[in-house]
Design a protein around this ligand. Structure first.
Ligand code: KE4
Length: 437
């Protein structure tokens, strides 16, 4: 039975104070600042398997796994060895290397919709480049995205729905010009009629639809039955490209991602996170006739100093190669452990009378603090974020580090154990008991 730690936070607090002098909000990426949940973000200093240690020596069971990449657990020995060996041959060349082709062959085999691809250094670069390529290939300017889906922070994808009947997007961030945002049409997820209406209004003008086929960035929201098929059908009919942003779902929900799980072939795929084994890496791919529009073959410019970086390739090959060789046992383990922890915590909430809705696909899941079904951003937004924040902080004190936002997916790794699941469920039981008093 976990005892509530009086977590030591002295060293992390000192590090946070220094960090706030050096970085906006003390972080290199906003979600790490814990603004959605409050409290003091621990400073991670070590990871091993399913666990993280912070600067004060506290150990946590890790349920965000660097936001997805650490599917085999932290410091997985084959990955560590591969990175060390590559590093000994220099960290970067700026020239073509055999390792890029080795990883690309694994991707092409796992994602049959991808004939050719290009590696980049982040998911943002992958989606930004995919959008530019889709516009060039179709000769059209408009892009459809969905509320609650996040595709990185390129200007055209930091857009939210315009108000009222106006379908034109409006900036979702300061610094995004209205003239850029207007070409992105933000629609409700899981609502095919909204997509049909926008195509009717902008016939011949829409280059692509980009979506997370299983959304992670409003919390985990699976596609409604038939939704992906309907998007595939309408994009074919309208000669628009269907882009699956599988930065999160790629190699996560299945070895071949959501497109394997649901049997849908998009026109373009973006990858990140797991494909780089935790190092900076993204990728975008499609059939050759689309990809060959990229420089130096075609008119679409796209480039990157560290694209295909040897260390990222080594980590990706070790990670994806291991998943390929052990896919049956790994994904079966991820499924059973994820079901056990997601359902176990949900059962404790029900016993305590705490309203909770659980969405899960494989080893990505979210406990929404609402009694509503969560099928889109509007229903996700009925969650009690204060209750989630209380839950998050209490679980952190009990040695369970959940993603610090109601609107993020939790991830589990193949290194997690049934003991970790039991400890997590017991911590939730203790937390719910305290919440209901
Ligand atoms: P990056 O540029 O952060 O590598 O990838 C952007 C991105 C693109 N597409 C999807 C589906 C994504 O989930 C992401 C990034 N995911 C977030 C977590 N929800 C990264 C965490 C962060 O921003 O710090």
């Amino acid at each position: 039975m976990p005892v509530s730690l009086k977590r030591k936070i002295q060293r992390s607090t000192e590090l946070q104070q220094r960090a706030e002098r050096l970085f906006p909000g003390g972080v290199d990426s906003p979600v790490r600042a814990f603004r959605a949940v409050g409290g003091h973000p621990p400073f991670a200093v070590k990871g091993d398997g399913a666990y993280l240690w912070d600067a004060d020596g506290n150990r946590y069971i890790d349920y965000f796994g660097s936001w997805g990449p650490m599917i085999l657990g932290h410091a997985f020995p084959p990955v560590v060895d591969a990175i060390q060996q590559a590093a000994a041959r220099s960290a970067s060349f700026g020239a073509s290397t055999p390792a890029e082709g080795d990883l690309a062959e694994l991707v092409v085999e796992a994602y049959p919709s991808v004939e050719k691809l290009r590696f980049v250094s982040s998911g943002t670069e992958a989606t930004m480049s995919a959008i530019r390529l889709a516009r060039a290939f179709t000769g059209r300017d408009y892009v459809i995205k969905f509320e609650g889906c996040y595709h990185g922070h390129s200007d055209g994808l930091l857009v939210k729905a315009g108000s009222g009947v106006a379908t034109f997007g409006i900036p979702g961030s300061a610094g995004v010009p209205n003239d850029v945002a207007r070409y992105t049409l933000a629609l409700p997820f899981n609502d095919i009629s909204a997509v049909e209406a926008v195509f009717a209004e902008h016939r011949g003008e829409i280059a692509c639809i980009i979506l997370e086929p299983i959304v992670g960035n409003m919390g985990c929201v699976p596609p409604a039955s038939g939704y992906l098929e309907a998007l595939r059908k309408i994009t074919r009919e309208e000669n628009a490209l269907l882009i699956f942003d599988e930065v999160m779902t790629g190699f996560r929900v299945a070895y071949g991602g959501a497109q394997e799980l649901y049997g849908i072939q998009p026109d373009m795929t973006t990858l990140g996170k797991i494909v780089g084994g935790g190092l900076p890496c993204g990728a975008f791919g499609a059939r050759a006739e689309i990809m060959d529009m990229l420089a130096p073959l075609g008119p679409v410019y796209q480039a990157g100093t560290l694209s295909g970086n040897p260390l990222a390739m080594a980590a990706g090959i070790a990670t994806v190669g291991y998943l390929k060789e052990h896919r049956t046992e790994v994904y079966a383990r991820l499924e059973s452990l994820s079901a056990a922890v997601a359902d176990g915590v949900a059962a404790e909430a029900a016993k305590a009378g705490v309203p909770l809705t659980t969405n899960r696909v494989g080893a990505m899941f979210t406990w929404f603090f609402t009694q509503n079904h969560v099928t889109d951003f509007e229903s996700a937004s009925t969650s009690d974020t204060a209750a989630f924040a209380h839950f998050h902080n209490a679980m952190l004190d009990l040695g369970v580090w959940l993603p610090p936002s109601q609107y993020e997916a939790a991830f589990l790794s193949a290194a997690h154990s049934t003991d970790d699941v039991e400890i997590t469920i017991a911590a939730a039981r203790e937390t719910f008991a305290a919440i209901v008093g």
